[in-house]
Design a protein around this ligand. Structure first.
Ligand SMILES: NC(=O)c1ccc[n+]([C@@H]2O[C@H](COP(=O)([O-])OP(=O)(O)OC[C@H]3O[C@@H](n4cnc5c(N)ncnc54)[C@H](OP(=O)(O)O)[C@@H]3O)[C@@H](O)[C@H]2O)c1
Length: 90
């Protein structure tokens, strides 16, 4: 039996405001999520709430995207794991 691979939607600024509203829309439609913002506590709270409300998994990455080159770095898995906190909330 083949295992279905669901793509995750990455949402920058996903811990509050417009980003969190978008996260809710995607989660409601069954998408797994990766939220990005600076404050890990806010991210953790948002991810917990999304997972409690919808049957999805939500990871988050505490990342300051205002720093030069960080947007590119976000997509480098090795770099991300080495230099930044990455939490799975599943
Ligand atoms: N609300 C409106 O009606 C409206 C209208 C037009 C345009 N906008 C624009 O849309 C954007 C979002 O608005 P919002 O009302 O949703 O704002 P918000 O509630 O302040 O949300 C901003 C999100 O971005 C994250 N964030 C901020 N700086 C960041 C950084 N350097 N690196 C990574 N994440 C960062 C915040 O988390 P952390 O602080 O933890 O990083 C938070 O998750 C803003 O640029 C705003 O000017 C808003």
């Amino acid at each position: 039996m083949s295992k279905e691979i669901k793509r995750a939607v990455l949402i920058t600024g996903g811990s509050s405001g417009i980003g969190l509203a978008l996260a809710n829309v995607f989660a409601r439609n069954g998408h797994n999520l990766i939220l990005v913002a600076r404050d890990g506590d806010k991210l953790d709270q948002a991810a917990e709430e999304l997972q409690k409300t919808y049957a999805i998994s939500c990871e988050w990455i505490a990342f300051d995207l205002s720093r030069h080159g960080m947007a590119d770095e976000l997509f480098q898995p090795d770099q991300r794991a080495r230099d930044h906190r990455r939490y799975s909330c599943q």
